[in-house]
Write a protein that binds this ligand. Structure first.
Ligand code: ADP
Length: 339
């Protein structure tokens, strides 16, 4: 709860919400750019983290894959330290109120605003079919946030525009339907720690659309192969090297503590330290960092009914919170319900 009298969210409880895409294996870019901060945050503020399977349907039409990816996200988050006693983890589709609110928001959104959507234009430019779901994606995202009365949304720089659409909708809704008292909070971005873009094995931004990822849970030969394939220049082993221009070092930096980072940087600069050595160092750091999470994930995989229970209970909490808001919203817009 804020104590500032001018804060538009002063009358709202502080609620963090965030959607996670179930569209493929989560990678180191996702981990350092988002998941690590999600895990920290969920333990300190009541948070609703949901696996956005409706959003995934805008680009994925493969039932088995969607089920698998959705469940995998739950396994990954739980293995990486998400504690269901601290916050809520669930499936977007377990809260039908989200789509109910999205419809109300459709009627408040000018088409011209959606036409300016950067991420819609990007996806169409990448060759994805321009379906209405993709076009209306920011509206469903706004409903995702506001149906729980979300006041804070962890975002990377790439999602700021969609959050603007959400804030506009909340303001427009309150202007039209909440003159006496605001019905919806105006969500604020919760800017995630500024993490440099994590490079993929080819040196471009690590992204599943570039096929250059190292999976968080890759191990053994798969992990070794990925690390060994990281692109480096051809400076001979004995010559000094600049760590700051090296993709391997960029990844080492993310894992290593200050002392280790300095030690490796000094070895680069001194010469006699090859990229093979650096890759071995990186492999060791990845294995060490995720050893516990890998064990936990194996345990969870062997116990899917526990994971389902977590999602079921999270969904129950999600519906409960969503219904509290939907009752106020239906009343505000004049939707009569007789059940
Ligand atoms: P992808 O590019 O693989 O499709 P997403 O767009 O699903 O990844 O990423 C989800 C979130 O993970 C992003 O909003 C961003 O915060 C983070 N993220 C993804 N890739 C990177 C990266 N290479 N470096 C830093 N953060 C990243």
């Amino acid at each position: 709860m804020s104590d500032s009298p001018t804060d538009p969210n002063a009358s709202f409880q502080s609620v963090v919400v965030s959607g996670i895409q179930p569209s493929g294996t989560l990678h180191l870019g996702n981990y350092f750019g988002a998941i690590r901060q999600h895990i920290e945050l969920h333990a300190t503020v009541e948070s609703y983290f949901f696996i956005v399977n409706y959003h995934a349907l805008t680009t994925l039409h493969d039932a088995e894959a969607l089920k698998k990816y959705s469940f995998d996200v739950a396994l990954d988050y739980l293995a990486l330290g998400f504690d269901p006693d601290k916050s809520h983890l669930f499936l977007q589709s377990d809260v039908p109120q989200v789509n109910e609110l999205a419809w109300i928001f459709y009627t408040l959104t000018p088409v011209s605003q959606l036409e300016k959507g950067v991420s819609y234009k990007d996806k169409v430019a990448q060759g994805l079919p321009a379906n209405a779901g993709l076009f209306n994606y920011p509206i469903l995202q706004a409903a995702d946030i506001l149906v729980y009365g979300g006041t804070r949304v962890p975002v990377g720089a790439d999602q700021k525009q969609n959050l603007e659409i959400c804030r506009d909708l909340a303001i427009r809704f309150n202007d039209r339907f909440g003159q006496d008292a605001p019905v919806l909070p105006i969500p604020e971005p919760y800017i995630l720690d500024e993490v440099a873009v994590v490079p993929g094995v080819d040196g471009r931004k690590m992204s599943k659309s570039y096929g250059n990822t190292i999976g968080i849970f890759d191990e053994g030969k798969t992990l070794k192969k990925a690390v060994m394939s990281i692109v480096t220049d051809s400076t001979p082993l004995e010559e000094p090297k600049d760590p700051e221009t090296c993709n391997v070092f960029a990844l080492i930096k993310l894992f290593a503590d200050d002392a280790k980072r300095e030690e490796v940087a000094a070895a680069y600069r001194a010469g006699g330290y090859g990229y093979g050595h650096a890759k071995k160092e990186l492999l060791g750091l990845i294995n060490e960092t995720f050893a516990e999470a890998r064990d936990k994930r194996r345990e969870l995989e062997a116990n899917p009914s526990y994971v389902e229970d977590v999602l079921r209970e999270g969904g129950r909490k999600g519906r409960e919170q969503a219904e509290t808001y939907m009752e106020r919203i239906r009343e505000a817009v004049g939707l009569i319900t007789t059940y």
